[in-house]
Design a binder for this molecule. Structure first.
Ligand code: HPA
Length: 272
């Protein structure tokens, strides 16, 4: 069997052939709500069905084909990954991070991971965007599990001290001083957390809970890319506010935020 690194090199070559873009500068993985917002970045020069490239698995979310969109923003070639896949869909950690590995193999040295998350901080309610300062991986897996990465890829014992790039966070602070920072706890899902689990995450230092991002961040860092994480708070996490969580409300929060997320990305991408 081909190793996941070779598989991402192969997919990157296919992507180059299909798009005619030799190297990307930046990749943005689009979480719920962010996909609609990212349309504000411009008209894509190509839209590729992700499952037509080696190693990509199709999302199981209804109505969401995985797509890779190429957009030129100023001087930058930006790859938009729409339709991320998750562990809770039955995918392996390697499958979950394959789009990120492919984007990096296609040149992207900056990876922006976006998501919708449950907010633990009562002061940061639905509609707010939080910049990730750090993460807690509660998925009990890692994309670096298994056989050691082949040469020339770095060793699996990768340092995550600066998982979310200080340099990129400083650029965000300059461009968008109103955004605050937080810590994202990544659960496996797909059920939402119990109030006790949210309380645990809070005690551990988390301010956000979600079901994506943490494995992609580790894989990107392992490959030497700089990582930026952006969470849209789509709801208060279980037990933080009165009442039950509702998936439709979570999706709606994303849709309602689309235009402000678009404005945010339009401001941010040129300075990264
Ligand atoms: N928990 C986990 N994942 C989520 C949430 C949540 O409350 N909201 C959006 N994604």
């Amino acid at each position: 069997m081909t190793n996941p690194y070779e598989l991402s090199e192969r997919a990157a070559n296919e992507l180059r052939e299909m798009t005619g873009i030799g190297a990307y500068d930046l990749a943005i993985v689009l979480g719920s709500g962010w996909r609609e917002g990212a349309a504000a970045l411009g008209v894509p020069s190509s839209e590729i069905l992700a499952s037509s490239l080696s190693g990509f698995v199709a999302p199981t979310v209804a109505g969401h084909n995985g797509q890779l969109l190429s957009v030129r923003v100023g001087e930058k070639n930006v790859l938009l990954v729409a339709g991320r896949v998750h562990l809770y869909e039955g995918n392996t950690a390697d499958q979950v991070v394959h789009p990120v590995r492919t984007a990096i193999a296609a040149g992207a040295q900056i990876v922006v991971l976006t998501n919708a998350a449950g907010g633990i901080d009562p002061a940061k309610g639905p509609g707010q965007v939080v910049v990730l300062r750090d993460q807690i991986n509660l998925t009990a897996t890692s994309p670096l599990e298994g056989a050691p990465p082949p040469a020339p890829y770095g060793p699996r014992f990768v340092d995550l001290t600066d998982l979310y790039s200080k340099r990129l966070r400083a650029l965000v602070r300059e461009a968008l001083p109103d955004l605050s920072e937080g810590v994202y706890a990544g659960f496996r899902g797909p059920n939402y957390e119990t109030p006790a689990e949210v309380a645990m995450a809070r005690t551990m230092g988390a301010t956000l809970v979600g079901m994506s991002t943490v494995l992609e961040a580790i894989a990107a860092r392992h490959l030497g890319a700089e990582v930026l994480g952006l969470s849209l708070v789509s709801n208060f996490a279980a037990g933080v506010a009165a009442g039950a969580l509702n998936h439709l409300e979570v999706l709606e929060a994303g849709e309602n935020a689309a235009s402000s997320l678009g404005a945010l990305l339009t401001q941010l991408v040129p300075v990264l």
